[in-house]
Design a protein around this ligand. Structure first.
Ligand SMILES: [Cu+2]
Length: 525
């Protein structure tokens, strides 16, 4: 009892001093003992004492460097045993995905800024030059350092005025996954992209060797189609959800060789939203919080990890299953781009008659989303200047209906680098396909099996429009024979197989694209 209380009352400094004293008296102290001593009961992850001196950690020798998909690692130089970094805060044009750019703020001309990477025990000096039109500061999020280096404007330091360069200096007495971000007018400056990952490797190896170590910063943006800058005043309806400030299909895949041990570190510096990141194909263990490593006995197995605002999490797994595996935020609106927002809900509505009437005053009008948003990105429809298509990209089996905070973990049998190896070739017989009549017969599957429950039309107040279940393609054409001639007098003859849903006069005998609007021609009944 007394002992437990004493332990809890021990300050971090006193604990460290005690460790150093043990070393000084020649007591045999193994790294694992130090680890156990310093990680319990206080949440600080160390493998060595705070007073020990080390040469600056070297990439490749003292640690396996982290890979930041779509990002870079900050360069540094060593001056008299001190690792010296220099970050320049500035404004620049950033591409979120092909078709969408905005004027953002960040470090060294990018968002997220370069990943800072160092080793426990390193002594750092970080210069920050402000080329923004506004003051700024940098907060080293989660790093244990002197209060005056903590970067909170007004509280810990004066703001860095435009044109000024400030110097931060501190020693790293911990390891783990951390972040850095502006702490001046945070809502604006973080909303414009001023954030980055800060990775500290343990001085002495901890746990199984990691073969692939990825760092991903999660953020959310409000960029109205056609505008030039993110709207930092938005509180709820973020329409561009990103991993390392890129939205799918602009996100680089995480490329891994089969059986490699993979760590993925997530940080969340979005304004308002938590992100449950879901990995397909593997069960990972949550091995790190922003307090450092989780003891093995307490590591949660899972396939979704909730990364709350302001927090970091790391997960680890052995990539024992080759394939192309999705990894995305499971807040479904976060795996869509802007076109999934702010449109009226038309699910289940037969808009055939409505469309033809509206087209008489608005040529080319077409109601969207009668069967949801699936395939919308595939229609090749014109989108407002500087905005993303609805969602997705062309995949190996058709269109991938995802966007925003979505990427792909690509596990290959062959040796791979970090570059996209292309799509996975699934072994024969391992891809879901349409059931054959033979298989249906063998397993006694009756596709016409009656299912219980009232049909939608039998419920009070529900129109019968949607029960005919037209095909997806047909739903976007004007299927109403009574109105088609009136609005589309040059409509294609019945023999023509494909027509543009917006320009019925454009027809072809194959599924080409409309030269007027770029949409895919759809089969005609
Ligand atoms: Cu999310």
């Amino acid at each position: 009892m007394t002992n437990a209380i004493n332990q809890h009352m021990l300050s971090r400094r006193r604990l460290m001093t005690g460790t150093a004293a043990a070393l000084a008296t020649g007591a045999v102290v193994s790294p694992s003992m130090l680890m156990a001593q310093s990680s319990s009961p206080l949440p600080i992850a160390t493998t060595v004492s705070a007073d020990e001196k080390f040469p600056p950690g070297e990439p490749g020798k003292d640690y396996t460097p982290v890979h930041t998909p779509n990002g870079v690692t900050a360069p540094f130089k060593v001056v008299d045993g001190v690792k010296v970094f220099h970050l320049i805060a500035s404004e620049f044009e950033h591409e979120f995905a092909p078709g969408l750019t905005a004027i953002c703020w960040g470090y060294d001309g990018r968002t997220p800024g370069p990943t800072l990477e160092a080793v426990e025990g390193d002594h750092l000096r970080i210069y920050v030059t402000n080329r923004l039109p506004a003051p700024t500061t940098v907060h080293w999020h989660g790093i244990l350092l002197p209060a005056g280096m903590d970067g909170v404007t007004g509280l810990s330091q004066a703001p860095i005025q435009p044109g000024e360069t400030f110097m931060y200096e501190f020693k790293l007495n911990q390891y783990g996954t951390y972040m850095y971000h502006s702490h001046f007018d945070e809502m604006t400056q973080q909303g414009l992209g001023m954030m980055g990952m800060f990775i500290i490797h343990p001085r002495k190896p901890v746990g199984p060797k990691i073969d692939r170590d990825f760092a991903i910063m999660l953020s959310e943006w409000a960029i109205e189609p056609g505008t030039r800058r993110p709207n930092t005043l938005e509180m709820t309806d973020f329409n561009v959800l990103t991993m390392n400030s890129r939205a799918f299909p602009g996100t680089a895949p995480l490329v891994v060789q089969k059986n490699q041990r993979v760590r993925i570190r997530f940080g969340n510096l979005g304004a308002m939203h938590h992100h449950p990141i879901h990995l397909h194909g593997f069960t990972f263990r949550i091995t790190e919080t922003d307090g450092g490593p989780v003891p093995e006995s307490a590591q949660w197995p899972g396939n979704t990890v909730l990364v709350t605002v302001g927090a970091t999490r790391a997960v680890e797994f052995v990539a024992d299953a080759p394939g192309d595996w999705a990894m995305h935020c499971h807040m479904t609106h976060h795996a869509m781009n802007q076109m999934g927002h702010d449109v009226p809900n038309m699910i289940g509505v037969d808009a055939g008659g409505l469309d033809s009437q509206v087209r008489s005053v608005l040529p080319g009008y077409m109601t969207m989303g009668q069967h949801g948003m699936g395939g919308m990105g595939d229609m090749g429809m014109a989108v407002p200047h500087n905005s993303l298509p609805m969602v997705g990209m062309e995949g190996p089996f058709g269109y991938i209906d995802m966007g925003g905070m979505f990427t792909i973990v690509k596990v290959r049998d062959a040796e791979v680098g970090f570059d996209d190896p292309g799509w996975y070739e699934n072994p024969p017989g391992t891809v879901a396909v349409a059931a054959t009549a033979e298989a249906l017969r063998r397993d006694g599957i009756n596709v016409d099996r009656k299912i219980d429950g009232p049909r939608p039309s039998e419920r009070a107040g529900t129109p019968d429009a949607s029960t005919a279940a037209p095909t997806h393609a047909a739903s976007h054409s004007d299927g109403n024979p009574a109105t088609t001639p009136a609005t589309a007098p040059t409509s294609a003859p019945a023999a023509v197989a494909y027509a543009c849903p917006m320009h019925p006069e454009v027809t072809d005998d194959e599924a080409s694209r409309c030269p007027k609007c770029g949409m895919k021609l759809v089969p005609q009944e």
